[in-house]
Ligand binder design. Structure first.
Ligand code: BGC
Length: 255
């Protein structure tokens, strides 16, 4: 087990990629703080899976869009678990809209969670590490769309492009503190963020035809990389984006 004695906070871990990462880090020996906007049945399932692995778990409700919540999530996590070593910034949302129709409300919704929330919860985490004079790991779940255009998702692309630069910038600024910062950029993964797509057989087939490995990813296709980045094996890895997309990003054909 690579993460014995570590505590990880995974935002948005009630479902999808966040849930798989929380469980995978627990399999590697970490205690876990499960955080989500709403703590319903699926958050409880994440927590139960972690408990069944013999790890400690604490659940916290927090809306990333609210910086007071971000502060409270870190403070409460530290209070209940004693410390936090690993922050996985997984929570994210997207809104489909033609660019000319994007409302300020939708813009704020996406940017406040994907960028502003990630920014300030990371700041709170880094201040916890500074106060306790300890190294740490930041792993952002970005997207292939930190690189690849995604027409009709301009707010999402703007937020993920910003995460790409934030990762590089923080890796340089926080390196001297022993804090590594890396991005995982998933492609099309079958999770609730893709519900509309998953329910549209035509769109789904079109997307699959563009993925060299011929299928959508599963949350578990992403979680092993997060475990690696959180582990000592990755202690010299920082400021990098790791794509997990079945080959989607660089797929180009003339025929
Ligand atoms: C988005 C999905 C999209 C996938 C591949 C992800 O970041 O959340 O909606 O299907 O990228 O384009």
């Amino acid at each position: 087990m690579k993460l014995q004695g570590k505590t990880a906070l995974v935002t948005g871990s009630a479902q999808g990629i966040g849930q798989a990462i929380a469980i995978r880090l627990a399999q590697e020996g970490a205690d876990i703080i499960v955080d989500d906007r709403a703590l319903g049945q699926s958050a409880q399932e994440t927590a139960d899976a972690i408990t069944a692995l013999g790890r400690r778990v604490h659940m916290i409700q927090g809306d990333l869009a609210n910086t007071e919540d971000d502060r409270r999530v870190i403070a409460e996590g530290v209070e209940k678990m004693g410390k936090i070593d690993i922050l996985v910034n997984n929570a994210g949302v997207e809104k489909h809209a033609d660019f000319w129709d994007v409302t300020e409300k939708d813009f704020d919704f996406v940017l406040q969670i994907n960028l502003r929330g990630t920014f300030f919860i990371t700041q709170d985490f880094v201040n916890h590490l500074r106060a306790t004079n300890r190294p740490g790991r930041v792993i952002n779940i970005s997207s292939v769309h930190e690189e690849l255009p995604f027409p009709h998702f301009s707010t999402y692309c703007a937020s993920k492009g910003a995460l790409k630069m934030l990762c590089r910038d923080l890796a340089v600024e926080l390196g001297p503190l022993g804090i590594t910062v890396n991005n995982i950029a998933p492609g099309a993964i079958a999770t609730p963020i893709n519900t509309a797509l998953l329910n549209n057989p035509q769109l789904l087939a079109l997307l699959e035809s563009k993925i060299p490995l011929g299928r959508l990813g599963k949350p578990e296709d992403v979680s092993g990389l997060a475990a690696f980045l959180a582990s000592d094996d990755a202690s010299y890895v920082t400021g990098a984006t790791f794509v997990v997309d079945g080959g989607l990003l660089h797929n180009y054909h003339e025929q």
